[in-house]
Design a protein. Structure first.
Lengths: 347, 347, 347
């Protein structure tokens, strides 16, 4: 399928600068662009590639000023990255042919299956499970007894969802993620051996949530572990029992959040952050990568980093000085000598 | 199923304070309690919720003194959390109906299958594998050639156990955990390309071990990677080849333990801790979250934290001062000026 | 199968010291060696075990000088670890009997399947997928539409490879690793809700790459996420969209590499390291465990550590002083008093 610059500009409400009739059939990165492709310039770090790209068309910001002439045709838009997303969404619909319940799927007769679903080979749907319409369940997925999957949700290959968990509409859950494994709870009646606390709650995921691959989201001891509407999670993330994540919060890969902690709305949690249990994180808090959070942060929109985390500016300032610690130590020894000498000379 | 306060108190050997005849049919968290549910108060942080909870019954400590009157019926017990566990265990037995070998499982004819097992759809049991009685193998599990699974063990959906690994009795292994993937061992004969060291050992897991979801436990190069009796592991944990974990040690999520390291008994390893290879950690050592361990700790019961780890009290004290480093640097500059001035004035 | 010391020495081009006719039938660790086994001594830390080992044969370095007499027969070789690898490779070929396409596999009729492949039970091979000769696909593997698998590659149980990804020859991918899940990319048109950026690229893995279990390697937004020839990755690693890893680089477990970062050749990245997005790491750079990399490192072969990472020597020196911060603070207070007193006495 080919599109002209004029057609794309019309679709994106953009302005063509160059050859309106030039055609493209696929997409490329600006630093690798080849003829017949469309690319985009969103991050100014990549501006240098624009001047040599072989992409036929490049999406740029409305007010972008090239420093030297550009051979590619430009389409000026408000937000090139967002326009790209629109364009990709129009072009890319890779799994449309996956429809129907495969004859090698195992579906309990008590399960409810909506219209126009896909259930791939070797997937299992248990007792009284309810699968909404337009759901896509890829091969080798496990949907346990009593699970509900909302309309339009996609479960990629290898996802495992355990008993009574509830997934909202239009969610995307990537390969091999586990939802509803037992929370980590034990008692030590005698001080040595541990007895398991049965985990009888579930996981409740609202609409429009996306969860990456190989994540672990534990069921609540009682009640629900909750991901609110619009939460976006990257890969390899640990969510412990009874955690709650507020609307539209972003969690980058390899984060671990311990039991019963509540994260506010619109938070951004950087990669490999660890958060202790039973804490509160206010709305809009931003946590720098690899931070360790051992207390609640109740001020909205605060930016923090470090282990234990402090305000991000303090972290950055102290980090710069960290590598000067040997010098600081020497300075102090010198000062001690100097004072000692002064004292002596003053005697 | 409903129980009265009197019945529950009898079962838990507790004392009722309030309405002995009040009935409950399910469980709730104290901050969300609703009529007809039983809740518990173990962590003093949650005491405030007791006074307003709508739970009908709350388990509290024998010596708990409410500050204001409580409308819920109380049951006084020695250890509310432990009593809850007992109660949950009595009530919650969710997978009892899962029994028998599914016709869509693939079981090698040389495998030995015990009595009263469950082998779910799309699970594979290889050559000469031995499955003990009362084992539950959920769907999509892989049990490779020569694997042994002890009596009463549960393997949740998606677990993969590779050749010759041995799992004890009454273990629980959560979804998508991999046991017996190759250890990470290579040689560089020419200094550039790596050649693989075949990993011919196995993983040996003793009785009563619980392992969370999405963990990776590598087989030994030779001999065994060993988890001793009663070890409890959370999710997303990496155990490298030839590691050994002592009895009843607790490992929180996202910990990584490198090759050939030996962890003692009754240790507690916090979330996201990393431990280098070929080290010894003594019995009862407690390692704070996110610590990096680059040497052996041979003193029993020591508490350590940091990267590299130091005694936890030292870590906490130094961490407080870390954010004052800019001030410290300024103080030193000021001191240097002051001394310089003193010297000059002393001249 | 038994081998004499003489046979093994001949195979390894080594020199026997002791009983040439002694036989061994399996391998052991030096600290656990039992009669009838062969062991090796590569790491000098383990030398002490040599003097008491019950292993019948031990591989040692050509120039090794025992301090006391050794009862085991020694075979002197250039590199004991490498010789061990050779030996293991000869001995250990555990999955040779796994051949043929299982009748419980689901293979699209448009897929191309090479000679002498193994496709295990409950594995799925999608439209137009191409499987090279001698490939081993274990049970419960997902090979999506348009995927290519090169000759001799092994995909262990539970691996999921999504659409259009390309895997080279002689690769090994361990259990439950996910290749080609969507990159983590969103736009916020209104500042609150996130819209997904479709991820239309793929993952390209060259020959001789080994990837551990439970790893997540995301597809590129456009173009390819690339692992070059000979890359070796441990378990539970996160590789984000559009990352590129250079030839023969080693990545230890639980590392996370953010979007569009380029890692050079022959790098070694320690466990639990996090690397921010859009960075360049030069060839041969060594990154200490748990480091956080927030800027490019362009000097070849540099060794760095810390969060944020600095030269490893600086990190080590400053780390030693970190625990003395309380003392440093006190020294400064004392100095301030001393100067104050001096000033007063000088008045």
């Amino acid at each position: 399928m080919k599109f002209t610059a004029a057609q794309i500009a019309f679709f994106l409400n953009g302005i063509v600068e160059g050859d309106e009739k030039i055609e493209v059939s696929s997409l490329s990165k600006i630093e690798e662009g080849s003829p017949g492709t469309i690319s985009f310039l969103a991050n100014p770090k990549y501006t240098k590639y624009l001047y040599n790209t072989h992409a036929s068309i490049v999406l740029v910001k409305k007010d972008f000023l090239p420093e030297v002439p550009v051979s590619a045709t430009l389409i000026r838009v408000d937000n090139p990255y967002e326009s790209l997303a629109k364009l990709l969404k129009m072009v890319e619909q890779p799994y449309q042919h996956k429809l129907g319940v495969d004859k090698l799927a195992s579906i309990d007769e008590s399960a409810t299956i909506g219209k126009d679903v896909y259930v791939g080979s070797f997937s299992f749907v248990g007792r009284n499970a309810r699968i909404g319409k337009n759901v896509k369940i890829f091969p080798q997925v496990y949907v346990d007894d009593g699970v509900e999957i909302g309309e339009g949700t996609v479960l990629y290959a290898g996802v495992k969802i355990f008993r009574n968990c509830i997934i909202g509409a239009n969610c995307i859950i990537h390969g091999n993620t586990v939802i509803g494994s037992d929370g980590f709870g034990f008692v030590q009646p005698t001080g040595t051996n541990y007895n398991k606390i049965p985990q009888v709650g579930n996981v409740l995921i609202e609409d429009d949530v996306e969860i990456g691959s190989n994540c672990s989201i534990d069921r609540a001891t009682m009640g629900s572990t909750i991901l609110r509407r619009g939460v976006k999670m990257d890969n390899l993330i640990q969510i412990a029992h009874n955690v709650e994540i507020g609307e539209n919060s972003i969690i980058v890969s390899q984060v671990g959040i311990s039991g019963s902690t509540k994260i506010g709305k619109n938070c951004v949690i950087g990669g490999q952050v660890g958060i202790a249990g039973h804490l509160q994180i206010a709305d809009g808090v931003k946590i720098g990568a690899q931070s360790g959070i051992n207390r609640s942060f109740t001020q909205e929109g605060e930016a923090i980093q470090g282990t234990p985390a402090i305000r991000i500016r303090d972290f950055q300032r102290s980090s710069v000085i960290f590598k000067k610690l040997p010098q600081i130590q020497q300075d102090i020894i010198q000062l001690q000598k100097d004072i000692h000498n002064n004292n002596n000379s003053a005697d």
